[in-house]
Design a protein around this ligand. Structure first.
Ligand SMILES: *[C@@H]1O[C@H](CO)[C@@H](O)[C@H](O)[C@H]1NC(C)=O
Ligand SMILES: *[C@@H]1O[C@H](CO)[C@@H](O)[C@H](O)[C@H]1NC(C)=O
Ligand SMILES: *[C@@H]1O[C@H](CO)[C@@H](O)[C@H](O)[C@H]1NC(C)=O
Ligand SMILES: *[C@@H]1O[C@H](CO)[C@@H](O)[C@H](O)[C@H]1NC(C)=O
Ligand SMILES: *[C@@H]1O[C@H](CO)[C@@H](O)[C@H](O)[C@H]1NC(C)=O
Ligand SMILES: *[C@@H]1O[C@H](CO)[C@@H](O)[C@H](O)[C@H]1NC(C)=O
Ligand SMILES: *[C@@H]1O[C@H](CO)[C@@H](O)[C@H](O)[C@H]1NC(C)=O
Ligand SMILES: CC(=O)N[C@H]1CO[C@H](CO)[C@@H](O)[C@@H]1O
Length: 374
């Protein structure tokens, strides 16, 4: 009885929004089709597209690629050498100039391609790094080595920009790294704070996830992050959700001021009861788009905290990092990560990823913020 009332109410409110009740929504357009799971796309205003390939399906090969030409050839970016890491043969020096474990990539407000390399925590101290590539010359512009800042036990996850500052989420300890892009000074803050630590494991398609290697529940600490278009707020959350925010002035000050760093927990504000998610993006009006991996949805979180549904579609299987391009389209990589070798599958069978892998676009009628985006 209660259920039918709720369902009637739901179907009424959803039908107002048109076609979102369908399992398939024709607003999704296929952007890229590929054979390897991808956990993030980014583009330049002149139409270059880059992907982070997640080798969670047992394949090996490049981690960062450019999608080139009408036949969508995936070309190692910036070259094969950067993509040639081999843990059993390469040296510490190699770990400083190859992707060891790239986790995110995005085109920054300066037009460079920025790559977050989580590195290899214990083996290679300088492998944890943030790299910027100049997309005109396709050469390294700068590398920020973060192994000391992460105390080598913390894995950097993603990055966002705010003028001369960058903020990186760190997901194995649970913390935020504040980085001064000019000086290279960096500091780990909010370490093991309740806002950076996951209280529940990741979840997708209705299942809590366990690591394939250990069989233990997989907790991903600080993961998704956004900066408001005016630079005032930093939004962040662990992979299982529960978004917080903090004014960036405190983060920036904490880089140099020990007292402020100690006081940061006092400035953290709860923001939204978000679910377990793969990724997010923000637009110029401050709306945050995030995926719901259990429900195959993309939702919109407005600056006032109100959440609405953008799209629900059975093909949106673990949409990881989301990108908003200058043509007002979201890039949604349906990575199927929960079906991958990273997570324990029923009977520890090998991955159940269904190929090919799709990257979709959907029009949202909003542009990206200049602060964070080319
Ligand atoms: C790494 O190098 C070893 C030794 O040459 C080789 O057997 C292995 O296939 C290489 N691994 C990858 C991923 O290329
Ligand atoms: C890490 O890189 C920095 C900067 O290049 C260098 O000074 C330092 O010696 C490196 N550390 C290790 C352990 O190799
Ligand atoms: C990239 O390289 C070009 C050519 O050298 C240069 O004009 C441009 O300023 C560089 N971009 C950045 C962000 O420094
Ligand atoms: C980081 O891990 C190393 C072992 O690799 C350990 O010796 C050290 O105490 C840890 N540091 C912190 C700050 O947790
Ligand atoms: C699952 O199988 C892999 C080998 O395929 C093994 O390395 C791993 O330890 C197994 N995990 C569990 C929880 O048994
Ligand atoms: C550091 O911050 C505290 C408050 O967070 C402030 O009282 C103090 O003056 C600051 N110190 C400096 C050197 O700016
Ligand atoms: C919050 O913002 C949304 C989206 O802009 C708007 O529709 C809604 O009316 C606002 N709600 C409140 C309580 O201000
Ligand atoms: C690890 C895990 O839970 N994988 C599941 C992801 O969802 C699909 C569809 O429900 C399942 O088949 C996988 O077992």
């Amino acid at each position: 009885m209660l259920w039918s009332t709720i369902l009637l109410g739901l179907s009424f409110s959803l039908s107002v929004q048109g076609d979102v009740t369908k399992d398939r929504d024709e607003r999704l357009k296929t952007a890229v089709v590929l054979d390897t799971p991808t956990t993030g796309a980014s583009t330049t205003p002149d139409g270059r597209a880059f992907l982070k390939l997640a080798r969670v399906d047992g394949t090996t090969g490049s981690q960062i690629v450019e999608v080139v030409g009408d036949d969508q050839t995936l070309v190692s970016y910036p070259n094969d050498d950067w993509n040639s890491w081999n843990a059993s043969t390469d040296s510490a020096a190699d770990s400083e100039k190859k992707y060891v474990s790239a986790n995110a990539q995005r085109v920054g407000p300066d037009g460079n391609l920025w790559v977050v390399d989580s590195g290899d925590l214990h083996g290679f101290s300088n492998s944890s790094k943030l790299i910027s590539f100049n997309l005109t010359t396709n050469e390294v512009q700068r590398i920020y080595y973060l192994g000391d800042v992460t105390t080598r036990n913390g894995s950097i996850n993603d990055v966002r920009f705010n003028g001369k500052y960058a903020y990186l989420t760190e997901y194995t300890i649970g913390s935020i790294i504040v980085l001064d892009l000019e000086t290279g000074d960096a500091r780990m803050v909010l370490r093991e704070h309740k806002s950076t630590v996951a209280s529940m494991p990741l979840s997708a398609e209705g299942h809590l996830l366990r690591a394939q290697s250990t069989g233990e529940f997989e907790f991903i600490h600080a993961d998704q992050e956004e900066v408001s278009p005016d630079g005032k707020y930093f939004y962040y959350q662990p992979g299982n959700g529960y978004m917080s925010r903090i004014e960036t002035k405190y983060l920036n000050d904490a880089l140099k001021n020990d007292t402020t760093a100690d006081l940061l927990p006092n400035y953290v504000e709860p923001f939204s009861l978000t679910p377990s998610t793969g990724g997010s993006a923000i637009d110029a009006e401050g709306n945050i788009y995030y995926s719901d991996g259990d429900r195959q949805e993309i939702r919109i979180l407005a600056p006032n905290g109100t959440t609405t549904l953008l799209v629900r579609d059975e093909r949106l299987l673990w949409v990881d990092a989301i990108w908003l391009d200058t043509n007002q389209r979201l890039w949604l990589c349906a990575s199927q990560l929960n079906r991958s070798n990273r997570f324990l599958q029923p009977n520890n069978q090998s991955n159940t990823i269904e190929k090919p892998i799709y990257v979709y676009n959907i029009d949202v009628g909003h542009s990206p913020p200049r602060l964070d985006h080319a």
